[in-house]
Design a protein around this ligand. Structure first.
Ligand code: ADP
Ligand code: ZN
Ligand code: ZN
Length: 683
């Protein structure tokens, strides 16, 4: 039986690939274009879906269920958007529906047609355009002009992605703005990706100031669902000219896209760590290729993946070698902690006397200093000197961190928190003590050592309450803070004009980490931290002090020379010798269970199945191992690495392997979760 007057469409819904529900046929009385948002029945529910293909079948079987609703007020998603989603789904081994629906604002899936129509109308109202003239743009330096010319060139004919490699303060943002101006003049939209929007209100302000008559929308996870929908609708309708957003904005629907910029392209925040574990940076490159628009990756410390592409000629490197306005990078000085005289059994001081002197001098001159310690809390662990008790988390293989301001012991992995015991829980000793130090304690010690200095702290704890981050940043900009203490949060992107001294406190643990990317990350972090100093040529003679137990390490030699290329070269040689990215391609299979044995069984069995596949040739699968923090919230976590010198081979292997894993999942009792992470960042 078939009903001739109706037709069929294929609709994707938010269901995992293995459920067999990812693309379903539905009946409708007239054809619906691909990209249209619809509501369809699924089991007993009604869910949002996107028409992926129209009229596949010549006849419509009568038993097909019908599309319940189509949202005609919303124009269909553009074909390039669908192509991007399809690529991401394939590459990261998810269903199209999962990726597509996760990329849309949640309100789109939730609202009724009438509600959505009202929102669409509201988003069409012209945003308040300021009449003020655009802020005057500076005359570009020769290197900035060359970079801009290369970007313009890539806009007129498809070219390789561009790496804008410029030290901090070398005028990268100015180049983004100028390239945006040209794209806008061509009638195109601009997608500007930043790693963490909360840390970059400055960029948003700069964009709005430069383009007062343009519609600029922000897209990030801190927006309310209604705000996110508004921004999305304006991008989708083509009425937003510039979209400034975090990683999820890479999926913004932009019918007139003309330029993509990925600022701080090396930043780990571009990698999604849940669901489809995509890299927004990598997808941005793919999107540029797909839509034939220039992609600019900007960084002072590019990721080694990007750097290798620039060396091999796959990307074009656009150098900005000098800071603007004659500002010079700080002189980097190493302090060898091993040289400090100290009494046996006494812990070393937090800050070396020479470093304290430097802080005292700078602040006395009215200059600002930044002290960087990548560990929050007061102390990483409490212990009892009598019986050896330590503040272990009962749920995780980790210590609970002592937070003094609210007197809690908090686990940074599972979030469990309780008040600090008055006495040792195991022997009753009243004198339990903190070991080591975090930013909270460091700030306290600084305040004691430099009583006149005004000290502020910036880390995840100090910025938990609403507006706290903005207040602290404003205080620093207004000169109300002498010393800013913080975690890596302080190193990212801020244009603090008065900082002339940066101190890095014991950045040594990354030098000997089991994570092969730790040294790369630490180097980038320290170079970024150095970049916070001496941004104003008025503060000549800016300095960075690094307190380390390993002053001979090659990382510090490159840091002193501000020579990114030198250290990158060295790391790349090591990676090549070890067969690690970017010279090899990785995927991680992770498994979680209450009982480690279940997770182990799943991974072992998965390895056997994988090895038997014809696609396994040229792909190595390593034995399962516990993750660095093996137990979190009473769940044991294990992982297994698949590696290949060929990205294509690894992709083919994963595509064949994944269906087996979905089938295997049901066979292993007690398995809680499993996931594949393609191009994992942390292993
Ligand atoms: P980056 O993004 O590389 O850190 P910015 O673009 O923020 O660098 O530039 C640093 C500072 O120099 C900013 O205050 C910017 O306005 C200014 N600037 C950038 N380019 C020029 C130029 N060609 N002439 C004068 N000032 C400039
Ligand atoms: Zn005790
Ligand atoms: Zn815990």
């Amino acid at each position: 039986m078939s009903s001739p007057e109706s037709t069929t469409v294929q609709v994707v819904v938010d269901a995992p690939r293995h459920a067999g529900l990812a693309a379903l046929d539905y009946r409708c009385d007239r054809s619906i274009e691909p990209g249209a948002l619809v509501r369809v029945p699924l089991g007993r529910r009604e869910v949002a879906g996107i028409v992926w293909q129209a009229a596949q079948r010549p006849h419509t079987p009568a038993e097909l269920r019908a599309v319940v609703q189509r949202f005609e007020m919303l124009s269909p998603l553009p074909p390039q958007w669908m192509a991007l989603v399809e690529f991401a789904a394939g590459y990261y081994q998810r269903s199209i529906g999962e990726v597509a629906l996760a990329a849309l604002p949640s309100e789109l899936r939730r609202l009724s047609a009438a509600q959505l129509a009202a929102r669409v109308r509201r988003s069409q109202r012209a945003p308040h355009a300021l009449a003020a003239p655009a802020s005057a743009a500076a005359t570009l330096t020769a290197q900035q002009s060359a970079a801009l010319a290369a970007i313009d060139d890539a806009a007129s004919q498809p070219r390789a992605p561009l790496l804008l490699h410029g030290v901090t303060g070398s005028g990268k943002t100015e180049v983004y703005l100028r390239a945006s101006e040209h794209a806008l003049a061509r009638g195109r939209q601009v997608l500007l990706l930043v790693p963490e929007i909360n840390l970059t209100p400055q960029l948003l302000a700069r964009v709005v100031e430069r383009f007062p008559s343009r519609s600029v929308v922000a897209m990030h996870s801190a927006l309310t669902p209604a705000q996110r929908l508004q921004a999305w609708l304006r991008a989708h309708a083509g009425s937003a000219d510039i979209v400034l957003g975090t990683r999820l904005a890479v999926f913004a629907s932009l019918p007139r896209l003309g330029l993509i910029v990925v600022d701080e392209e090396h930043d780990a925040s571009y990698k999604q760590q849940e669901g489809a574990r995509y890299s927004a940076r990598d997808l941005a490159v793919y999107r540029g290729h797909l839509e034939r628009v220039p992609v600019v990756l900007g960084s002072a410390t590019p990721s080694l993946e990007t750097w290798q592409h620039a060396r091999s000629g796959r990307y074009q490197r656009l150098p900005l070698d000098e800071r603007i306005g004659g500002a010079v990078l700080p002189r980097v000085r190493l302090f060898d902690m091993g040289s400090l005289p100290r009494a046996p059994g006494q812990p070393p001081p937090a800050l070396a006397p020479a470093v304290l002197d430097a802080l005292r001098e700078r602040t006395a001159r009215g200059e600002q200093a930044l002290v960087f310690l990548n560990r929050r809390g007061y102390a990483p662990v409490l212990h009892c000197p009598d019986c050896g008790w330590k503040s272990e988390c009962p749920h995780c293989s980790a210590w609970r961190v002592f937070h003094k301001f609210d007197r809690t012991l908090r686990c940074h992995h599972c979030g469990a928190s309780e008040s600090v015991p008055r006495a040792c829980p195991s022997c009753g000793n009243l004198d339990i003590q903190p070991i080591g130090r975090g930013t909270e304690k460091l700030a306290e010690q600084l305040a004691a050592a430099l009583p006149v200095a005004r000290i502020a702290r910036l880390d995840a704890d100090a910025t938990r309450s609403r507006g706290a981050l903005e207040r602290t940043l404003a205080a620093v900009h207004d000169g109300e803070v002498d010393i800013l203490v913080g975690t890596q949060m302080v190193t990212k992107g801020h244009d603090f004009r008065r900082i002339s001294l940066v101190v890095a406190v014991n950045p040594d643990s990354a030098l000997f980490s089991s994570d092969f990317r730790a040294a790369e990350r630490q180097f980038a972090l320290l170079m970024q931290a150095a970049g916070r100093a001496g941004r104003d040529a008025a503060h000549a003679g800016s300095e960075m002090w690094v307190q380390t137990w390993h002053p001979q390490h090659a990382l510090f030699a490159a840091l002193r020379a501000h020579d990114y290329a030198l250290f990158a070269q060295r790391l790349l040689a090591e990676r090549e010798a070890a067969g690690l990215p970017p010279f090899a391609h990785l995927a991680l299979l992770r498994a979680e269970a209450r009982d480690a044995a279940a997770a182990m069984k799943f991974l072992r069995r998965a390895a056997e199945l994988g090895a038997a596949l014809p696609e396994a040739s040229g792909v190595a699968v390593y034995p399962p191992v516990p993750m660095a923090v093996a137990r979190v919230a009473n769940v044991e976590r294990l992982q297994m690495l698949a590696e290949s010198a060929s990205r294509l081979r690894l992709q083919r292997f994963l595509a064949a392997w994944l269906p087996q894993l979905h089938a295997l999942r049901g066979e292993v009792k007690g398995l809680a979760r499993w996931a594949v992470d393609v191009d994992p960042l942390a292993i």
